[in-house]
Design a protein around this ligand. Structure first.
Ligand code: AMP
Ligand code: ZN
Ligand code: ZN
Length: 315
């Protein structure tokens, strides 16, 4: 098997692109797809100050590495979702990479907003599904830090498999609003809402993992500090099954959706439709009066007070 670019012995065969590549051309190919997504969706330029949310998992770690390599001005943000002990394995990996990349890393402690509790414990007390509650806290804090520190854009490590599976889930439930709004870039539609971008959307999860391993990026297999699997695994599995039979279908499913969407709607218009208010407590964007982060903190406070009065009651 020869590399399609240079004819040297190939070390990887990517079925979904029907492409065999040598090591160097594989790196170039994956990095090229990141650059392609950045340009195609007008994510950011070399002049922008970029903040990447890094979990310690393969996607965000690899993306940080690639963005640095491509010459972007990108700092890291790690959110501590639990105790020192719970977050240490991930934080160690993130700190190590920051050092290797000679990049700035910021650390934001979510527990300080949750009366010292982890997102896992707070979700239990609030009787909320852990992953969705934790996701809300992460999104809120990422945006808050990016805004307060004056970054132009906030970047996450969501990949093609993530985006395609979320889209499939939304189609199964005919979540029209979500379907119309999903896009690899979310513009700034509120003074305190920082532009968001997902530069890995054109890359398969398996390729990112391979890239990370070949480059020797030391990542954590599961970056969740509470050892919970991803919630939307069922749609990922479904797409994986289809992919085995029809290599490339995942990429087609997602990119053809984006094309169709651009033909059907003026993307700009669909993005601005949603009216965002400012939360009466914190001033960050919300569709209601009080944002879900502040609502949760208030709820948590009153539940904890009740538990103190009535300590035998179980959370
Ligand atoms: P997940 O929702 O866990 O699949 O993560 C999606 C993206 O969110 C990752 O690729 C990271 O960019 C970001 N992320 C997740 N967890 C953290 C964390 N603890 N600190 C910073 N960023 C995170
Ligand atoms: Zn080659
Ligand atoms: Zn708020």
């Amino acid at each position: 098997m020869k590399c399609k670019k240079c004819g040297k012995e190939a070390v990887v065969k990517l079925r979904h692109y029907n492409l065999a590549l040598c090591e160097d051309h594989f790196y170039e190919f994956i990095e090229g797809r990141v650059e392609k997504a950045i340009k195609k969706f007008k994510m950011f330029s070399k002049k922008d100050r970029i903040l990447i949310a890094v979990s310690g998992g393969k996607d965000s770690m690899t993306l940080w590495y690639i963005l640095k390599k491509l010459g972007y001005n990108v700092d890291g943000l790690f959110i501590k979702l639990g105790s020192e002990k719970e977050v240490m394995p991930a934080l160690e990996k993130v700190e190590k990479l920051a050092k290797e990349l000679q990049a700035k890393l910021m650390i934001e402690d979510a527990t300080q907003y949750l009366f010292g509790l982890s997102t896992f414990e707070a979700a239990k007390i609030l009787r909320r599904p852990t992953c969705s509650f934790c996701g809300m806290v992460k999104r809120y804090l990422m945006n808050k830090v990016a805004y307060e520190k004056g970054y132009d854009v906030l970047v996450t490590g969501h990949n093609l498999d993530d985006e395609a599976s979320v889209l499939l889930g939304n189609i199964f439930h005919w979540q029209g609003e979500y379907i119309i709004r999903s896009y690899p870039v979310l513009e700034k539609t509120h003074e305190k809402l920082v532009k968001k971008a997902k530069p890995l959307v054109l890359n398969y999860e398996s390729d990112i993992k391979l890239y990370a391993k070949m480059r020797g990026i030391d990542f954590l297999e599961s970056a969740c500090p509470f050892a919970l699997g991803a919630t939307s695994k069922v749609y990922k599995k479904l797409l994986d099954t289809l992919e085995k039979d029809q290599p490339g279908i995942k990429l087609q499913f997602y990119t053809n959706f984006l094309k169709l969407k651009e033909d059907l709607f003026k993307v700009e218009e669909t993005r601005k439709e949603l009216v965002l208010n400012s939360c009466e407590i914190c001033g960050y964007p919300t569709t209601g009066k009080i944002c879900s982060f502040c609502r949760s903190v208030e709820n948590l406070k009153s539940r904890l007070e009740k538990l103190k009065v009535n300590p035998q009651q179980k959370a």
